[in-house]
Ligand binder design. Sequence first.
Ligand SMILES: [Zn+2]
Length: 140
Amino acid sequence: MAYNKPIPTPTPLTQPFWDGTREGKLMLPRCTNCNRVHWYPRHLCPFCHSDKIEWIEGSGEGRLHTFAVQHRAFGGWAEEAPFVTAYIDLNEGDRMLTVLRGVDPTKPESIKIGCKVKVEFEEANDELSIPFFRVVEEGA
Ligand SMILES: [Zn+2]
């Protein structure tokens, strides 16, 4: 089935991230001045304001910080509703907003804050793959 959800437009700032997703890697920006990973990509480190930013390959692993069940959506997302959006605390640091799959959105009480999650990718077109996360281990 053709991918029918909105597709991001890479910019010079975000291109390294999208190059990574196409290869099945979750690339993350890290400041070489304070060594902290931040998400989303920025020209200046949000922690120390340095412009010395490098890209590292993240583990793609983290823990569920919080989530919400989306019952209404537009376009291709409407076909997936209800679905779960989530903030993931990345193992490398900072927090990523994403879609969480492999959970039952009709039973939100079964989704455990703190559970281990791992990134996966779905191909949107020949140039872009979109990351999402899946629960790999129940419980906090
Ligand atoms: Zn910094």
